[in-house]
Design a binder for this molecule. Sequence first.
Ligand SMILES: C[S@@+](CC[C@H](N)C(=O)[O-])C[C@H]1O[C@@H](n2cnc3c(N)ncnc32)[C@H](O)[C@@H]1O
Length: 307
Amino acid sequence: MSKAKSSKNRTAREAQHAYTTCVSPYVEFPLGHGKFIQGDCLDVLKDLPADEFVLAFTSPPYLNAVNYSQHVAKIKGHLKYWQRENISYDEYRQFLIDRFAALLRVVKPGGYNIVNISPVGWNGERVALPFHFVVWMEQIGWKFKEDIIWEKAIARDRRSGVLLQHPYPGYYYPSLVSEYIFVFQKPAPRKDRENIYWNRTAEEKEQNRLDLTHFQGEMSKNVWKIRPLSPQENLHPAPFPLELAERVISLYSYRGDGVIDIFAGSGQTAIACEKLGRRHVSIEILPEYVDYAVKRIRACIAQTRLL
Ligand SMILES: C[S@@+](CC[C@H](N)C(=O)[O-])C[C@H]1O[C@@H](n2cnc3c(N)ncnc32)[C@H](O)[C@@H]1O
């Protein structure tokens, strides 16, 4: 695939429009065991081979909670504040359905699609996005497998403070410390091939043996306690921690397998793949985030070579 075109020159403002209506040419950066591609994942996915990846892992853009283009303008000093993006819930639903349907084609039968998602605020209300999302994914053809709660331990919001001010029934707004990690699977044509790892050799299994030292304490349950990143640790406004990506990738793929992240942001999935010896493809629409991710992945590769 080599559609290297002039998308480097696209401004964040142009990319903002691309959020729902993209027809974008794209450029790609080969990196270690994989590549990073700048473009709308809907376009890019159409050019990838079918049944290519064992695992997809991503966190989609959060409805209107983060306006990524304006966030980029703010860190460049062009804007003082960024505002929420004004799109309807229906547009957002279609945006996700189109892209996760395109993803289904490139994942191997029996392969996994793991998605980090959480409820979002919309016109002053909390929207049950994760629960709607599961239904949309099932309608597309993904099979629901697991719901894992990522417990972030640190509460960034102060919702529960309302009860301290008004210690009466009706004032309970718990501080939000969790997000969902949903596991979906692409159905396999034969039941006995649903376990995508059915034909791995004893040697491969041994090479991919998991470290279960902390298994009983934490990993055995569907609540994972993982510290979220602070804004100082990553320039992106909504990164997931490397530890989360590493855990998902180790549990659902073997060394050398192909992993894809269709909303790649700062490149956490690609970095985890480099560290764990997986092949990887990452897609991100905003050139500024692509730049940032590519630098981070190159630094990780350089560091790994020094070890
Ligand atoms: C929640 S963030 C992902 C953060 C990432 N998991 C990380 O750890 O850095 C979602 C990303 O999707 C990107 N995005 C939005 N629309 C896109 C599209 N159509 N194609 C590809 N990326 C898109 C946004 O720019 C944003 O960086």
